[in-house]
Design a protein around this ligand. Structure first.
Ligand code: NAD
Ligand code: ZN
Length: 381
């Protein structure tokens, strides 16, 4: 089968790989129909996630048709069209029982780390992902969710990650009616977080980035204010000024490790990344939020990144809430929001590529070319 193949930082290509097989009675094999490239894949692509092994197939946002099931799979059957949450979750451990499906204890043998994630390095379990014609889906009684009749396939694939992540970013912010919410990062996740902030009663939503076409998109899609941090003398001072020097009620980091490279304009290695800490969106979020405010972090960082200015957190009495989105927990509510038109995630998908064009998809999305917001790969049918 055709599959994306990681060859090293900024080198991905399409190759022939062996078909995945059922390895456990709860596995299913899915023929992929759509598979997005995510900002999280860019951390892997840029070589910023440890233990990202050459030969791995990325892809944690995918939909497809079930073509084979193990003997213990009862919740889905061959022929079902499913969307598959990016978290691999056993459904039975102490964390899954609390609906912390992103923190499953069984799907990643590194028990102190994140739960398993499709196509996300050996720090997240070492599973191959869905940027391929076929993918093995473990714990198939838990994650795969039948796509409701009539749902647009681009909406369905956005429900595997971007919609729940944006929504959970806003939810973790504990937004109160009338709050000023500042979102750092106008990628798909930040734009969705800005859109969802209104659902929690925000009175003002501001998004900060440095890519003009993304700011323009966010202004229209999320009906929010949008500012280019390169045109502001200092984004923290700007936010203070515009909130009567109080600071924002809630700040959301929807950037992650990428921001650490801004100061250097290049991401060439771990050392530079760590030195560039003071320029991160996370610092801006902590410094721009009001005393006693909440910083919600969905931006992804490497397991050992150590970028929190803890003194400011303590002195301002802040709450920091962070996690991988718990996709399965949020799906029932978010499927409804899409079905009744409250959320329109397919509008964020600006590019459809054939799976064979995977290298172009990464290049265009990573380098913010051709006004790309979100690319999706479509394997041959
Ligand atoms: P993306 O790369 O498309 O968007 C990131 C945006 O941040 C870009 O537009 C970039 O220009 C902007 N940016 C860079 N430095 C900035 C700074 N200092 N201040 C403000 N903006 C800055 O990525 P995405 O797909 O939108 O994902 C965003 C983040 O969310 C990534 O870190 C990704 O790994 C993470 N993510 C987390 C989860 C989760 O469950 N927690 C799920 C999906 C994605
Ligand atoms: Zn993703």
């Amino acid at each position: 089968m055709l599959a994306m193949n990681y060859r090293g930082p900024r080198r991905v290509r399409i190759d022939n790989k062996p078909m995945p097989e059922i390895l456990h009675p709860e596995d299913a094999i899915v023929r992929v129909t759509r598979s997005c490239v995510c900002g999280s894949d860019l951390h892997l692509y840029n070589g910023n996630v440890p233990d990202t092994r050459v030969g791995m197939t990325f892809g944690h946002e995918f939909t497809g048709e079930i073509v084979e099931v193990g003997s213990e799979v009862t919740k889905v059957k061959v022929g079902d069209n499913v969307l598959v949450p990016f978290n691999i979750a056993c459904g039975k451990c102490a964390f899954c029982k609390q609906k912390l499906f992103g923190n499953c204890h069984e799907s990643n043998s590194q028990a102190t780390a994140v739960g398993g994630i499709f196509g996300y390095s050996h720090t997240a379990g070492g599973y191959d992902g869905g940027q391929a014609e076929y993918v093995r889906v473990p714990y198939a009684n838990v994650g795969p969710t039948v796509i409701p009749e009539g749902m647009h396939p681009d909406d369905a694939v956005m429900l595997t990650d971007v919609v729940p992540t944006g929504y959970q970013a806003a939810e973790m912010g504990g937004i109160q009616p009338g709050d000023t919410v500042v979102v750092f990062g106008a990628g798909p996740v930040g734009i969705m977080a800005a859109k969802c902030a209104w659902l929690f009663g925000a009175g003002r939503v501001i998004i900060i980035d440095h890519v003009e076409y993304r700011l323009e998109f966010a202004r229209n899609y999320a009906q929010c204010e949008a500012y280019n941090f390169r045109s502001l003398e200092d984004p923290v001072v700007f936010i203070k000024k515009t909130t009567d020097w109080m600071g924002a009620d809630v700040c959301i980091d929807a950037v992650g490790a990428e921001a650490a490279g801004n100061a250097m304009q290049t991401i060439t290695g771990r050392k530079l990344l760590l030195q560039a800490g003071s320029a991160t969106a996370l610092h801006w979020a902590i410094n721009a939020v009001k005393k006693g405010g909440i910083v919600s972090v969905v931006g992804v960082y490497g397991p050992t990144d150590n970028l929190v200015p803890i003194g400011n957190v303590v002195n301002k009495g802040l709450t920091i809430r962070a996690n991988q989105a718990s996709v399965k927990r949020l799906l029932p509510r978010l499927i409804e929001h899409v079905q009744n038109g409250i959320l329109d995630p397919k509008a964020l998908i600006t590019h459809h590529f054939a799976l064979e064009e995977v290298a172009d998809a990464y290049h265009i999305f990573s380098d913010k070319l051709d006004e790309c917001i979100k690319p999706v790969l479509v394997p041959p049918s």
